[in-house]
Unconditional design. Sequence first.
Lengths: 102, 142
Amino acid sequence: MLILSRKAGESIVIDGRIVVKIVRVEGDMIKLGIDAPADVPVHRQEVYEEIQKNNREALNQSRPKLPRLSANKPPPKSPAAAAPVAAAAPVKPKAGIPTTRK
Amino acid sequence: MKTLEIIEPEKRAVSGENVIQLPFGLLGFETVKNYVLLSNPGEEPFMWLQMLDGTHQSFLVVSPFLVSPEYQPDIATEDTGFLGLSSPADALVVNIVTLRGGGQATVNLKGPIVINRHTLIGKQVIPNNVAEFTLRHPLPVA
């Protein structure tokens, strides 16, 4: 592993297109700013790994019998026959992408 | 019977019309980029996000707003930009369900799959407020 010393406000450049900047150092916490092209996913490692593990556990090789959700939840509104995509999936219009912030 | 259920969606998807493209794949499944989303009678509100890689493997998904009405993932501007989302109404959000045996099931609220309804391009995103959510939200099964 390459180990570099940097001060707050300094950066490193990776592959000419990814810039990692040390924004602030507060005690044992370091704030990093990352500038990367949209096709480079950037994740916190521990969150990334737990979602990855959960996805693997969730993969179904076949179609098992499904549990029924209990009645205190709103019933699904739509769809009749095996309708692919957009028509399916009742999604509350107000929820989903509420606000965006950095 | 099972064969019919599985083959049909693939036939439908051949036209390319209903293929959901996840350019980054799903976390842990980065190489599988094409899926189809299916709902079968009697299985609502669950849907299947089926891989179109010939393996017939699939993820069970559900609208998170049905199981957690207060769910408000804060999607990073990089992700809304990548997906071309300008309003919440453009987005179809589904979350992956894990069947736990004994009729129990949990849903992953940390990694929603956000799909642009118009382009059918999607991504499994990690919301800015991911710390508010659980990986194993129990589903209220009857």
